[in-house]
Design a protein. Structure first.
Length: 247
């Protein structure tokens, strides 16, 4: 069946952070922004630095547990709420949501830049008639993710987004890929998944019948063989079947 669509992983596939700000700068920015938010929530925040750190540090273990467990996106808000209780800070769910949104430093501010040629390759694929979607594991989705893409020059007019936190599951769970296919209204055999993770991108998409192109990086799985391997994004344009979108 001719290819009609491409699904793109984002981190280390379309963008990366070759020179991110040091962790203390992330923490400083986060604490600075959290101050007014915590005050508005009625928290007597003497140590905003500590509160933001506890909140932030609750996210990673929750994500790691999910990645090694049932691949269900965790309830980050509840995880942060629980962590804050350990330092006697009690916030309602919507308060935690606002706090997390505030302390999440992302996009260009986090040092993210698109890989060379990313925009041109995506534009060319679009011009060739392909439907394009993201398929990405992210703890933050919504407007923020779309803005981060725009900041990196990757606001190409995506046909769909499959973001784990919005779908409810993390790659390699099939739900993420199925969401993208459904949104694009294409069959698995009409799609090519492009990503840098053998475990999440390649091994996730293959069982559904989706072809895969792996951006060569440190292998994170054994016994997984992608259909295509590339080093630079422009090589995608030479993959057989990507000359023009099929009907
Ligand atoms: Mg990636």
């Amino acid at each position: 069946m001719p290819l009609r669509a491409l699904l793109f992983d984002v981190g280390e596939t379309l963008w990366h952070a070759p020179a991110p700000p040091p962790p203390q700068e992330f923490r400083r920015l986060a604490a600075e922004r959290a101050g007014p938010v915590l005050a508005a929530l009625g928290v007597d925040a003497i140590d905003t630095d500590r509160i933001t750190r506890v909140a932030w540090d609750a996210i990673d273990p929750a994500m790691r547990k999910a990645r090694h467990g049932d691949l269900k996106e965790p309830d980050y808000v509840a995880a942060v709420q629980d962590a804050l209780r350990t330092i006697d800070v009690e916030l309602p769910r919507n308060g935690v949501e606002v706090l997390l949104e505030t302390i999440y430093v992302s996009g260009a501010e986090a040092g993210k830049i698109a890989y060379p040629g990313a925009r041109e390759v995506l534009d060319t694929l679009k011009a060739r008639g392909f439907l394009l979607a993201t398929a990405t594991n992210r703890a933050f989705g919504g407007r923020r993710f779309r803005c981060d893409l725009a900041e990196c020059g990757l606001d190409i007019g995506w046909d769909a987004h499959a973001v784990s936190i919005e779908v409810g599951y993390l790659k390699p769970h099939p739900a993420v890929f199925e969401h993208a296919l459904r949104e694009l209204a294409v069959a698995p055999e009409q799609a090519l998944m492009v990503g840098n993770s053998l475990k999440e991108d390649v091994a996730g998409a293959q069982p559904l019948g989706i072809a895969t192109a792996w951006r060569r990086s440190r292998p994170d799985a054994e016994g997984v063989t992608p259909d295509y391997t590339f080093d630079e994004l422009h090589e995608l344009l030479d993959i057989p079947g990507l000359e023009a979108a099929g009907d």
